[in-house]
Write a new protein. Sequence first.
Length: 247
Amino acid sequence: MLHVRPRRAALAALAASSLLLLSACDGDTAPAGAGTKARSTPSAPPEAITAAQAQQALVTVEDLPAGWQLQPDTGLDKSQGAQEEIISGVKPVCAPITAVLNTGRLEEDRKADAQEVFTKKGDTTAVVQDVSGYSRAQAEKAVAALRTAVEQCGTFTGTMGGKKAVLTVKKAAGLPAYGDESLGYTVRIVQGGTTQMDFDLDTIRSHGAVTTLWNNYSDTGDRGTTAFRKALARAGAKLVAAAAGTP
């Protein structure tokens, strides 16, 4: 029987950002007594969501069923002690899947990012969300590559913690569509015949904003399906609202 180990999830530090509004004044000389008339120049819409908007697109504990709690930032970022869970050495077409598993996001070249981790009290089940901002073209390309990976990879191998890992990915059926496009899929990781990790995932894109939610569950306790699906619905709505002002 496989021993199930819950995956530790990455928490990202959030950088503050602000949008600078520009205005231009008409410098022409006005007729005597007419006063000076100011004319504002509309600013171009931002290319991607800001860090603040990424934060606003995160689900909250109030969006989940009773019994769930927000996990505090425990410093479990991949760069701070979870290197044994990095998956590497996979064939290029499958790399978008391991990018999500390693960091929560599709690409490192992002304009903004926010993450949260929720756990069920007294259980090992976790629901994790990442929100990342890209240009629309970059986001469309990244989600297309992920879709190709889910459809073509099936079962493939990689290395995790210096040991061989076998990953199986399947497209999930029956999940509602959110945003401009969304993709539901499951991933199972088996390492050495003794360790197994199971995930339900869904990636949603709205304009250039992308959110991925994943449900990490064990073979004991609650799988977390109800919380995962409820979080998905709220995350989809929040992402659309956050990205509305971007191209």
